[in-house]
Design a protein. Structure first.
Length: 256
């Protein structure tokens, strides 16, 4: 009697297109598969040296598959489009219908995660270049934003002003430094260097400063994507209308 079985192949998606191309090798050991049917876990398996997680016998019908990756790797997609996952997540889930009496095969693309790191400093001179003694700013939110405008990772700057955005799928990203009153972005530093911190914020809105795009390959660590801000000045006063020779009696409300 034919049996129902399941096989999920984890492969190294070198071009991150979600399709297992002929030249792409199997993923190394460390991924795992869990099967839930009728609300209960019915089977689980770890990927072997060939990248396959195989379950030789289980019930056919509707099932939820949960796939998990080791730290430092991310999903890129699925040839069968069954797996859903949050950006940078180590686990993904999907609902499938397992055909009775046959092997059910699926594949999942995996790649080494990329990352972006840097620091945020206060720039009293407003020149975009760090000088000894400048304050390093803690507690600012930093975000990685992909080409679709989606925020895919976020972090807070630490006591040394440093941040790290991890578990990124290879691609192009800009970094957003969320601004706090009274700070605004310092000028972009045209002469970028890794010897000292320089400002990579190229443009800003009232809410954040945005860096130039950075393209990340599989497993790449983009470092020294730093930002600089300075304290904006505030001008206050009154607008007066006075007839010739009259003394000032009050301000004009609503003037800009």
């Amino acid at each position: 009697m034919p049996v129902t079985s399941l096989r999920v192949d984890f492969y190294q998606d070198l071009n991150c297109n979600g399709v297992w191309d002929a030249e792409e090798p199997a993923f190394l050991e460390g991924a795992s598969l869990r099967v839930v049917q009728n609300g209960a876990q019915t089977a689980q398996a770890d990927a072997d040296a060939s990248g396959a997680a195989a379950i030789p016998l289980l019930r056919g019908g509707d099932a939820r598959l949960s796939c998990a990756l080791p730290e430092g790797f991310v999903f890129t997609g699925s040839q069968d489009s069954f797996l859903s996952f949050a950006p940078g997540a180590l686990t993904g889930e999907g609902d499938v219908s397992l055909a009775h009496g046959r092997e059910n095969s699926f594949s999942v693309g995996v790649t080494a995660a990329a990352s972006i790191s840097g620091a945020l400093f206060e720039d009293p001179a407003n020149i975009g270049v760090y000088q000894s003694g400048y304050p390093l700013l803690e507690g600012f939110t930093v975000q990685a934003v992909n080409d679709a405008g989606e925020i895919v990772a976020a972090a807070q700057t630490d006591a040394e002003g440093r941040y790290q955005l991890t578990q990124l799928v290879p691609g192009s990203y800009t970094v957003h430094f969320l601004l706090k009153d009274p700070y605004v972005a310092a000028p972009y530093a045209a002469d970028q260097t890794v010897e000292t911190m320089t400002n990579h914020i190229l443009s800003q809105s009232p809410a954040y400063g945005e860096t130039e795009p950075v393209a990340l390959a599989s497993g790449q660590q983009a470092e020294h994507l730093d930002g600089a801000v300075f304290r904006a000045g505030v001008v206050s006063g009154s607008v007066l209308i006075m007839p010739d020779g009259a003394s000032a009696q009050g301000g004009l409300a609503g003037a800009v």
